[in-house]
Design a protein around this ligand. Structure first.
Ligand code: AAT
Length: 292
């Protein structure tokens, strides 16, 4: 349609766009917060797009959801309470639910329509909402965290969209401070942290905020997601003051967990080798991130 915006003008990646052949448009709508689009692509299966930005495709969603969930969950012994910010498709919930030790998962998603649409078009992801340990909260994560109990969570996962639109405040210092407060001593945050090829300044800013706010360890990891801008996406892993967390050598390896054989055959991307490898950074990234 002529009315569609020109997506190569997105300020997060000016002058750049990635194209996927649309076989069929399955859903187009607008919520209070964003435009929602679901289409069937030629090679990547169904695709979820928010405000013109690909959030997931059926073909490569496992790379993102498995890494953002298991990197933090395998870095602490016996995680029990988890908070997910964003993640309305349910894929991160699906991954967290694989951990038997987990007793309670809160999820705070701002846009109820994302959940409704994903339940219809992405049942393999939204299955995450069916687990009885999951409690859904519809609202802005900034407010949710302001009211969260102190020291309540072992792990917080921020699976949020890019910081334009409803996720703007989710890269600012007060937000990270409320997360640190909501974590128990030695608790862990894993935060979606954009592309090392496109957003080194944003990553630098987030890193320096997190180094001030989180008194344990702070690391950057990354993975390959072909349909995200530049084909990679990063994660910020931080721990609060308390028992030391060694992110690089998982203390709670996925291979050693209960029902591990079944679990490993279900995982498409994550394993302990991928975990360790994800912290290796190219020289230009090491240089740019070390000065902050
Ligand atoms: N797993 C899919 C990947 C996502 S989804 C990001 C979700 O964060 C969206 O459903 C959006 O509605 C939600 N969200 C945005 N802002 C807020 C907020 N303030 N509070 C709660 N939820 C919010 C992310 C893909 C990353 C793509 C990188 N280019």
């Amino acid at each position: 349609k002529n009315s569609r915006p020109l997506y190569y003008n997105n300020p997060m990646w000016p002058g750049e766009a990635h194209s996927l052949k649309v076989e069929e448009i399955l859903y187009e709508g607008k919520s209070k917060y964003q435009e929602i689009l679901v289409f069937k692509s030629l090679i990547y299966g169904k695709v979820l797009v928010l405000d013109g930005i690909v959030q997931l495709t059926e073909k490569d969603e496992s790379a993102y959801q498995e890494m953002i969930a298991h990197l933090p969950l395998c870095s602490v012994l016996s995680p029990k309470t988890v908070l997910v910010i964003g993640g309305g498709d349910g894929g991160v919930l699906r991954e967290i639910c694989r951990h038997r030790s987990v007793e309670h998962i809160d999820i705070c998603e701002i846009d109820e329509l994302v959940i409704t649409v994903c339940k219809e078009f992405f049942p393999a992801l939204s299955i995450g909402f069916e687990d009885p340990r999951v409690q859904l909260h519809i609202g802005d994560a900034v407010d949710f965290l302001r009211n969260a109990c102190e020291g309540m969570y072992d792990v917080v996962i921020v699976d949020s969209s890019d910081p334009i639109g409803p996720a703007q405040e989710l890269v600012e210092k007060p937000f990270f401070q409320t997360i640190a407060k909501a974590l128990r001593p030695g608790g862990v945050l894993c935060n979606q942290a954009e592309s090392m090829w496109l957003h080194t300044h944003l990553i630098q800013d987030m890193l320096s905020i997190c180094r001030e706010v989180f008194k344990g360890s702070v690391h950057y990891a990354w993975t390959s997601v072909p349909t995200y801008p530049s084909g990679v996406i990063g994660f910020l892993l931080c721990s609060t003051d308390g028992p030391h967390v060694d992110f690089l050598n998982p203390v709670n390896p996925i291979e050693k967990q209960e029902a591990a054989v079944k679990l490993q055959s279900e995982l498409r991307f994550y394993n302990s080798e991928m975990h360790k490898a994800s912290f290796a950074l190219p020289s230009f990234v090491l240089r740019e991130l070390s000065t902050t």
